[in-house]
Write a protein that binds this ligand. Structure first.
Ligand code: ADP
Ligand code: MG
Length: 269
């Protein structure tokens, strides 16, 4: 029997989730829990169903069977009104940012507030400026257009927009993809800072070894329709499954692991 406390601590609960496209089975009876205030990463080969699973958690897609509960709400048979309300409790950052090119950065960040609140323009502007500040952007960036920004700044602005409605949950699809190592490093730390500062629960898809080793609390390996492993990177690094080994035995994986062991040894001594 689950305790009350456990139930409260599980912000997302997937039970026996199966997804097919025609004959192609993408998820086969997946069980997964996301705990409050953790940073959970989804990894797995291309086509392993990471994006589909994320889309199912945010009501953009439905599984063929199984149940998904988010923030205590069962997504199956959810009414339109309840869905509308629930969607405001999470923020999403898609891989390519999805900012509107014809709006300034500040207008982009204020957009969810314009759509979902009755706040006046001045207040919306102030909130947008604050969101930009917590993602590490200078105030003057607010007046710029997305095309004028670097890749790292675009990611930060998209994060600011995802945070516009003070969500409890944040979903990130490849938050550092396409960034040079310097900007990627900044975004890594930002993800953790946002969790610490705002108490967010974060689910992210990423291949970025720094994000995985330095930022994720737990990592879920998807493969062959199943969860092949789940744990911290250091726990996973000791598991034997081929889908898991793939991430550790490539040259980048080995380098990251050595770096981690080195760090751990330095901390012990
Ligand atoms: P990942 O994000 O892990 O690369 P996806 O979740 O995007 O994988 O896709 C998993 C599998 O499902 C892939 O084989 C993909 O081609 C297939 N797929 C995803 N969306 C659709 C769709 N709307 N229609 C048909 N097949 C799809
Ligand atoms: Mg994907």
């Amino acid at each position: 029997m689950r305790s009350e406390r456990q139930a409260r601590d599980e912000v997302i609960e997937l039970s026996k989730v199966s997804t097919r496209f025609g004959d192609h089975v993408v998820h086969s009876q997946i069980d997964l829990q996301v705990r409050r205030s953790e940073i959970l990463a989804l990894i797995g080969g291309s086509g392993s169903g990471k994006s589909t699973l994320l889309r199912e958690m945010i009501l953009l897609q439905r599984p063929d069977s199984g149940s998904i509960r988010v923030l205590g709400v069962d997504l199956e048979n959810i009414t339109d009104d309840a869905a509308h309300e629930l969607c405001q409790r999470w923020g999403v950052m898609f891989q390519h940012g999805g900012l509107f090119g014809s709006l300034t950065v500040k207008e982009n960040v204020g957009l969810p507030l314009r759509e979902h609140s009755r706040l006046d323009d001045r207040l919306i502007d102030e909130i947008a400026a604050w969101k930009l500040a917590i993602t590490g952007l200078k105030p003057e960036v607010g007046a710029q257009y997305p095309a004028e920004l670097s890749g790292g700044m675009i990611k930060r602005a998209s994060l600011a927009r995802a945070l516009a409605l003070d969500p409890e949950l944040l979903f990130l699809d490849e938050p550092t993809a396409g960034l040079d190592p310097d900007s990627a490093g900044g975004v890594d730390q930002l993800v953790r800072k946002l969790r610490d500062l705002l108490g967010l629960t974060i689910v992210m898809i990423t291949h970025d070894l720094d994000l995985l080793w330095q930022v994720a609390d737990r990592v879920v390996v998807l493969g062959e329709g199943k969860v092949q492993g789940i744990g911290s990177m250091s726990e996973l690094s000791h598991m034997d499954h081929p889908a898991i080994r793939m991430f550790f035995d490539g040259p980048r994986g080995r380098a990251a692991q050595e770096q981690e062991e080195h760090l751990a040894a330095a901390q012990r001594s």
